[in-house]
Ligand binder design. Structure first.
Ligand code: MN
Length: 238
């Protein structure tokens, strides 16, 4: 069967001039039937657009905090590390993917960037901005799920995961605040924090706040998520 080429954005340590990516992102894409292609922090708009000639899908990986300037806010004390070159790249990529209907999966920061690229906003720091928030920065192994989520019945995400609720890992201190026009929330933690967003349109654009790539090996639900994404990238019904 055809193996779609899936671009995966990389993390940036800009002060050191280093781009990097944990193994488990490309491993999950490869095991689910795709060919992963790691994208460096390209800065030229035309070279970034050139990726659309090659890619059949786009995965936005996790990482640092998007610059709050993107959603017209000044930084609060709890705001974390910013990767400006990556913000620039990913905003162009997400807007291009949404325009073209290129299947898109945003993980953690990736879901947040998706939401910003489409015009939404974020909590810069859940602990200080949202009373009653659960512990979303877990102190447990990455593969281990620490909180539950409820999925919106009938959502694309619920159909891909084939469950109505499940438990997920959690490594974020930011979250979607205002969902962007054109995207809808489709998963929530018990405290009401949005854990998934998706496009209601035909092409797959899905963001998850947890790290399914770290749960992939031992969790059939997360395997279905990646397989469903690769299926959409092949052009089958997502
Ligand atoms: Mn969480």
């Amino acid at each position: 069967m055809k193996r779609p080429v899936i671009g995966i954005t990389s993390l940036q340590r800009e002060e050191e001039g280093v781009g990097w990516l944990p193994f488990n992102y490309p491993a999950a894409i490869e095991k689910a039937g795709g060919t992963p292609l790691v994208i460096p922090a390209l800065q030229d708009r035309e070279s970034i657009r050139g990726l659309f000639q090659v890619l059949q899908g786009l995965l936005l990986s996790g990482g640092g905090d998007p610059d709050p300037f993107i959603f017209q806010e000044e930084p609060l004390p709890g705001q974390g590390q910013i990767e400006p070159r990556r913000d620039w790249l990913e905003l162009i990529l997400v807007r291009g993917a949404l325009e073209r209907g290129l299947p898109l999966l945003g993980i953690c920061r990736g879901m947040q960037v998706m939401n910003l690229a489409a015009g939404g906003s974020l909590y810069q720091d859940l602990g200080s901005q949202r009373e009653g928030a659960l512990k979303h920065m877990q102190e447990a192994p990455r593969w281990y799920p620490t909180h539950g989520i409820r999925l919106s019945p009938g959502s694309r995400l619920a159909s891909l995961l084939a469950v109505e609720s499940c438990r997920v890992n959690s490594f974020h201190h930011q979250a979607v605040k205002k969902t962007a026009p054109g995207l809808i929330p489709c998963a929530w933690a018990r405290d009401g924090v949005i854990e998934g967003i998706e496009s209601p349109g035909d092409s797959l654009a899905l963001g998850v706040q947890w790290h399914p790539e770290a749960m992939f090996t031992g969790d059939p639900t997360m395997k279905r998520l990646f397989k469903g994404f690769i299926g959409a990238c092949r052009g089958g019904s997502p």
